[in-house]
Design a protein around this ligand. Structure first.
Ligand code: GDR
Length: 314
């Protein structure tokens, strides 16, 4: 779960979470471990599979929140691995399986196609923290024989994606543009190319790798890369709009440096796990768009009734 805060932050699991007062139906129990406190982590380790997806995961934000990003992404993974090691050594039960979410950003300027053995060549605060977490995981696997997998994930999207990542930023704005509540969308580098996939496909790969006999490292990718501009073409085209009429480049958003082209090859995951990506780029864009168009329509009702401020653009 995300770090506990004064506001509810369970928005993205509301569709599967049932209030514990409904004891017969509730299947999920939420805990709020914090990767910045190792002692707190130990309380929750009598479990079988640990999926470490925790991060300050916005690459551009990592340039502003340097030490927090490093603390949670890199040292947080180390704390979790150490908590697992110490739990196994005191309990004598080596049942825990650990999954570390790595990032294609770690490859940065290594040209595509990127595979497990491609060199990491990154210097962004977020990327470097992910590299550290990757090597901590390898260390705990080799030095302490913990079942620990690294997965190098390329961009994974869905209608629940955070609204400040480029895919949702585009589809949210496009929904508002379509219903006449917004006219401009401010973006940065449109030539960046990403291997975009549906997150549901990747979750399947994550689960599969923890069911194997041996832990290992894998690249998970669709093996197809598209530019931000192509994403705009497909999404705006889907509703009969021209992106060039609405998109404005705002140089303030540009990152200090950019990863131009990320495209993975998932041969190992396909061979060992029997996994493959099922949703292709056009289907993915359509899936997110359909949700955001519906959302925009509901929001328009609120705006018209005076319950929502139209100036608070998504
Ligand atoms: P990324 O995702 O940095 O690849 O990391 P993001 O959606 O933020 O950017 C993708 C590309 O789009 C370009 N871009 C913009 N990005 C944002 N956020 N906002 C804009 O206005 C905009 N305009 C153009 C970016 O420059 C970039 O090239 C994601 C995250 O989920 C990471 O946590 C994860 O590790 C990697 O994917 C794999």
């Amino acid at each position: 779960m995300p770090q506990r805060s004064s506001n509810f932050n369970t928005e993205r699991i509301n569709h599967i979470y049932i209030d514990p007062h409904n004891a017969n139906k509730a299947q999920i129990k939420l805990h709020y471990p914090d990767l910045t406190y190792v002692s707190f982590l130990r309380c929750w380790l009598d479990i079988v599979e640990v999926y470490n997806l925790a991060a300050q995961s916005h690459v551009a934000v990592s340039f502003e929140n340097l030490d927090y990003t490093a603390d949670v992404v890199a040292t947080g993974a180390l704390r979790l691995l150490e908590a697992i090691r110490s739990h196994i050594s005191t309990s004598g039960r080596s049942h825990i399986r650990y999954y570390q979410a790595g990032s294609s950003e770690m490859f940065r300027s290594t040209p595509p196609p990127q595979i497990e053995s491609s060199p990491f060549h990154s210097y962004f605060p977020y990327d470097v923290s992910k590299c550290a977490a990757h090597w901590y995981t390898v260390n705990y696997r080799e030095a302490y024989r913990i079942f620990a997998c690294n997965v190098i994930l390329f961009n994974h999207e869905s209608p629940r994606r955070g609204k400040n990542f480029v895919t949702r930023k585009i589809t949210r704005a496009m929904g508002w543009i379509k219903i006449g509540l917004q006219s401009k969308l401010f973006l940065e580098n449109l030539q960046a190319s990403r291997d975009w996939s549906f997150v549901g496909d990747y979750v399947e790969a994550m689960w599969l790798m923890l069911q194997q006999e041996k832990s290992d490292d894998y690249v998970v990718a669709t093996e197809e890369s598209h530019t931000v501009e192509e994403f705009l073409e497909v999404s705006f085209g889907y509703v009969g709009l021209k992106w060039k009429d609405h998109v404005v480049i705002d140089k303030r958003y540009f990152r200090p440096a950019e990863v131009d082209n990320l495209e993975g090859v998932a041969t190992k995951a396909k061979k060992v796990l029997g996994w493959k990506s099922k949703i292709w780029f056009g289907q993915l864009v359509k899936m997110i768009m359909d949700e955001d168009i519906e959302l925009a329509k509901r929001e328009k009702v609120l705006v018209v009734a005076g319950y929502m401020d139209a100036h608070q653009q998504p």
